[in-house]
Design a binder for this molecule. Structure first.
Ligand SMILES: Nc1ncnc2c1ncn2[C@@H]1O[C@H](COP(=O)(O)OP(=O)(O)OP(=O)(O)O)[C@@H](O)[C@H]1O
Ligand SMILES: [Mg+2]
Length: 483
């Protein structure tokens, strides 16, 4: 059982050695003040705290961390070999989550590590720390984040799910996880009920109406049999109205009636059907602005906007923290290439830096795609900068123009192109180019030789003759660059 990063606060080599038995990366601080800086930068999973500093230092450490909005991971006090029950209690009162009886207490440390890992995997709904929000009820609902903005969103999801608030509005840019948030509300509120979703932008007004309410046989041309509407199918579960802003105005007023009266009729029907479902509406447009432009009913807007769940875009400075966490999460959970995902266990610092620099217009969906692409391309056990290919739209366009694309495109060629461009971009400074690509200088030399890449003003000119009529890619910046 192991854990990724441990900060050791001790001047004793033995405490560091103990940490090395369960941690991949160990950071040593001589005192709690130095540890604060390290914790802020590396965001460790555990802190080992030498008992010699005394319990009051743990209190102080936690208070200062809190004051500076630094997330502190669990702190374990490492006691003297002879142990002392009284001291152990004192440390726990001061904020340590556990106490080791000396430097040889390896088995207890293993138990603690395993507990921390399990806790991170279970629901955090009831806790304030909310580093992770993982719903074990439904395997499909795993929402990950630790930024202040997302923790707030998690809090709202919990609140709304525990209340009787109906309808629920979820807003956020495209790809921010609105549907996932809707599923989280559903999993908490109706763990056994059905979850049905309809995209209001995908259907014509008439079709959408009969999808939602159902219709009686013969109620319109083509209605050759009776149809049950999704509001009825949702039963006592959840009905997600995705992209609600696109719902036609007259249907909006019918929806408003359902929300107020909790009943509806099928198209062409006379019987009132009770609506027990939680209605969740999601939108990536600003609905208030839509009401101003008379595209969305004001009364429906106010009805929906009671307790909105707002998901911040990934580009907001407040969500930066989520980027590495999400990247690692997708690395761990992606099934795009299971053998490779198993082998690849992390990202290089340069790769993470590149992810942090991008502004993610497609939000989490775009990030997931970038990581999955990197998994496919990576050949080592760490995702390097060279395989972080952000925004391949430009390439897509170029590729579609290249008539011989399908025949000629290969990873080898892509690698050759990329290396040539890195060299060109850095003015043939091989150390910088290697850093940019996330490979060693030696590997770069070998590849330059292998692909016979020569110095030249133009990329195409720098490539071997046979590749000159292939896809040429104009500039490097679409690949993430280092500063
Ligand atoms: N916090 C998160 N943790 C893990 N995965 C996430 C998170 N947020 C979003 N995702 C993933 O990102 C992808 C996009 O999420 P989702 O479809 O819910 O976004 P959306 O806001 O509904 O997008 P759109 O507006 O385009 O419909 C999904 O694969 C989802 O699982
Ligand atoms: Mg969606």
């Amino acid at each position: 059982m192991s854990i990724r990063r441990i900060v050791v606060i001790s001047r004793e080599a033995q405490v560091t050695q103990l940490a090395q038995q369960v941690g991949h990366e160990i950071f040593v601080a001589d005192d709690p003040a130095e540890a604060l800086d390290i914790v802020k930068t590396v965001e460790p999973n555990l802190i080992l705290f030498d008992h010699r500093f005394g319990p009051s230092h743990i209190c102080e450490f936690r208070d200062t961390a809190h004051k500076h909005s630094i997330d502190s991971p669990p702190i374990v006090a490492v006691g003297a070999d002879e142990g002392d029950i009284g001291l152990s209690e004192e440390f726990k009162r001061a904020g340590a989550c556990d106490y080791l009886h000396g430097m040889q207490d390896y088995s207890r440390l293993e138990q603690i590590v395993s507990r921390i890992k399990n806790e991170a995997r279970t629901i955090d709904f009831e806790e304030n720390t909310t580093e992770f929000f993982l719903d074990d009820h439904a395997a499909s609902v795993s929402m990950v984040g630790r930024s202040r903005a997302l923790v707030k969103t998690f809090g709202m999801i919990r609140l709304v799910a525990a209340s009787r608030c109906n309808p629920v509005l979820i807003v956020g840019e495209t790809g921010t996880g609105k549907e996932l948030a809707a599923k989280a509300v559903h999993a908490l509120r109706h763990p056994k009920g059905p979850f049905v979703a309809v995209n209001c932008a995908a259907l014509t007004a008439n079709l959408l109406e009969s999808e939602l309410f159902g219709h009686e046989k013969g109620s319109f041309t083509g209605a050759d049999r009776e149809k049950t509407g999704l509001l009825e199918v949702a039963g006592a579960g959840t009905m997600l109205l995705d992209e609600i802003s696109e719902m036609p105005l007259d249907l909006q007023s019918k929806l408003l009636r359902v929300l107020q009266e909790k009943t509806f009729r099928k198209v062409g029907g006379v019987k009132n059907i009770t609506c027990n479902a939680t209605i969740i509406a999601s939108s990536n447009r600003n609905l208030y602005r839509e009401t101003k432009a008379n595209r969305f009913r004001r009364d429906l807007y106010y009805r929906l906007n009671i307790c909105p769940v707002i998901i911040a875009p990934l580009k907001s400075p407040d969500r930066k923290k989520d980027i590495p966490l999400l990247a690692e999460y997708f690395l761990r959970t992606s099934n795009i290439c299971p053998e490779k995902s198993k082998k690849i266990n992390s990202l290089t610092n340069l790769a993470i830096e590149a992810l942090l620099k991008h502004d993610w217009p497609g939000n989490i969906r775009e990030l997931r795609n970038v990581i999955e692409r990197a998994i496919l391309l990576e050949t080592t056990d760490k995702i390097g900068l060279s395989n972080i290919i952000i925004d391949s739209a430009e390439y897509g366009e170029l590729f579609s123009q290249a008539t011989n694309y399908a025949k000629d495109f290969s990873l080898e060629k892509a690698e050759r192109e990329l290396i040539a461009r890195a060299l060109q971009e850095t003015g043939w400074q091989k150390t910088r180019a290697a850093a940019l690509l996330g490979i060693t200088r030696a590997t770069l030399y070998a590849k330059v030789k292998q692909y016979n890449i020569e110095k030249g003003p133009l990329l195409a000119g720098s490539l071997p003759k046979e590749s000159q009529d292939e896809i040429s890619v104009p500039s490097l910046p679409q690949y993430a660059t280092t500063s």
